[in-house]
Design a protein around this ligand. Structure first.
Ligand code: C2E
Ligand code: CA
Ligand code: CA
Length: 440
């Protein structure tokens, strides 16, 4: 590798600490561009051949700021000197001495605020497990690849990198989010502070809008819009969930009625907690609500997530069977996580399988989750159950689902949850985009 001092970036290769072989760890490469629009990359691998090959590959792809380290220890020393010099670390997992896991843990505990790509010959399942292990750390993991990684795969991950502003030392620590109580929820209910947003669900084959999912938010007088992950568990614990679900059902059905009047014949999905299903008259009440709204049970799908109990108790199961006998749609939500499992699919007459976003987004390039996505869709198809994929965030996710034969997609790529009156404008935009996504 030919380089002159003026080419050296960042300019401290000569100041490597004593005892560290310059060949073992170096930050060499081309010129520092005036603005760091391109990440500086540090490759960490104990195999010199691999290091050479990877750095040549990155260089040929146009990355000019590339450094190499032959061990985790060497990389740590380098970063100690100048933690801001490196934007992305591409690290091997299996290294003698300090291995990849220990290296990344130490990085996370240090002042390194860049991003990480895991590269390993250990196979997709180990890489995935390591990614999970590192989740609690401050590190930003751009992704993981099996060795040898292709140019496109590396580029796709490096494209995810965005410059990070270093934490300001003067910045105040982020205030802890407020913790709510049962009294707060009761007050919210009394003051009518719930609002619904609706997220579109579209047919993957035709691109047509087929329905929306109603998602509740709390319009808090001082905290602004509070999202359900901050209060649903509490509502379930303190018994406020029945009144909340009742409100959600009434509002969503009213909204659906208006859309039908406007000629928008779509269906509505509402989330129902297992706590709701314990009430003996739940199925009857939902039936009454739908009749009073002049809608049909087929217009409503109830999405059920079972997060806490090992097996569905007989009360909730009975409610589900009653709902299905009235022809309501029943969706097994977050399929693949928690207790949203094959056993539930076996025991409950679900009409829809809603695959958790953890098996959807990024599946095209992930050898671990892709077979699980394909398998879940295959099972649903053989059972004659409709498949919905949530968490469709980009065109890759969209096109893979079309290839596999999933029925319905939902996610940011299609549309974010929005107030009901914004749906017509969203639909106009979607119609303009649709032909390109579904072909002629
Ligand atoms: P969920 O039923 O799995 O709903 C989907 C969640 O994923 C929503 O979050 C939605 O905004 C988010 N989401 C949608 N598309 C994407 C995407 O492409 N990428 C990512 N990363 N996320 C996406 P939200 O609104 O914060 O709701 C969170 C959870 O709260 C819901 O998860 C649901 O379990 C619960 N929830 C929401 N509304 C209600 C309700 O009325 N009743 C009950 N019991 N639970 C509700
Ligand atoms: Ca849901
Ligand atoms: Ca989900």
């Amino acid at each position: 590798m030919a380089e002159t001092t003026s080419d050296i970036w960042p300019p401290f290769t000569e100041t490597l600490p004593l005892g560290l072989d310059a060949d073992d760890a170096k930050l060499v490469p081309g010129r520092a561009p005036p603005s760091r629009v391109q990440p500086s990359v540090l490759l960490v691998d104990d195999d010199p051949f691999m290091l050479g090959m990877q750095s040549r590959m990155l260089r040929s792809m146009g990355y000019s700021m590339i450094g190499t380290a032959g061990s985790a220890e060497a990389a740590l020393l380098l970063l100690q000197q100048n933690p801001q010099a490196v934007d992305v670390i591409v690290s091997d997992l299996n290294m003698p001495g300090v291995d990849g896991i220990a290296f990344l843990r130490r990085l996370g505990g240090n002042s390194f605020h860049g991003s990480v790509i895991l590269l390993s010959g250990e196979g997709a399942r180990i890489i995935h497990a390591v990614q999970k292990l590192l989740l609690g750390q401050q590190l930003r993991i751009l992704g993981a690849l099996e060795k040898p990684a292709s140019r496109n795969a590396i580029r796709a991950l490096l494209d995810r990198w965005t410059p990070m502003t270093p934490p300001m030392t003067t910045a105040l620590p982020a205030a802890a989010p407020p913790v709510y109580t049962a009294d707060d929820l009761e007050a919210a209910q009394m003051a009518d502070q719930w609002v619904l947003h609706y997220q579109p669900k579209v047919d993957l084959r035709t691109g047509e809008l087929v329905g929306t999912e109603a998602l509740v938010r709390w319009n808090h007088p001082t905290h602004g819009l509070v999202y359900p992950d901050r209060f649903i568990d509490l509502a379930e614990d303190c018994g406020a969930i029945d009144a909340l679900t009742d409100w959600v059902l009434r509002s969503a059905l009213r909204r659906l009625g208006r859309w039908h009047e406007q000629g928008l014949h779509i269906h509505m999905a509402v989330n129902v907690s297992v706590e709701n299903l314990r009430a003996a008259d739940f199925a009857h009440k939902v039936g009454e609500l739908v009749r009073h709204s002049c809608l049909a049970p087929q217009d409503l799908t109830l999405e059920v997530t079972e997060s806490r109990f090992m097996a569905l108790a007989s009360g909730p199961l009975e409610a589900l069977v009653r709902l299905r006998m009235q022809r309501f749609g029943l969706s097994i939500d977050d399929f693949g996580t928690g207790h949203s499992s094959l056993a539930q699919l076996r025991d409950v007459p679900f009409t829809e399988l809603k695959i958790d976003r953890g098996f959807v987004h990024g599946a095209r390039h992930n050898q671990l989750i892709r077979p699980m996505l394909e398998g879940s869709i295959g099972i649903a198809q053989r059972l004659g159950v409709q498949t919905v994929a949530e968490g469709v965030e980009n065109e890759d996710d969209w096109s893979l689902l079309r290839e596999i034969g999933c029925d319905v997609a939902q996610g940011y790529f299609i549309g974010r949850p929005m107030p009901g009156d914004q749906l017509p404008a969203w639909l106009e935009g979607w119609h303009a985009k649709r032909p390109r996504l579904v072909g002629p």
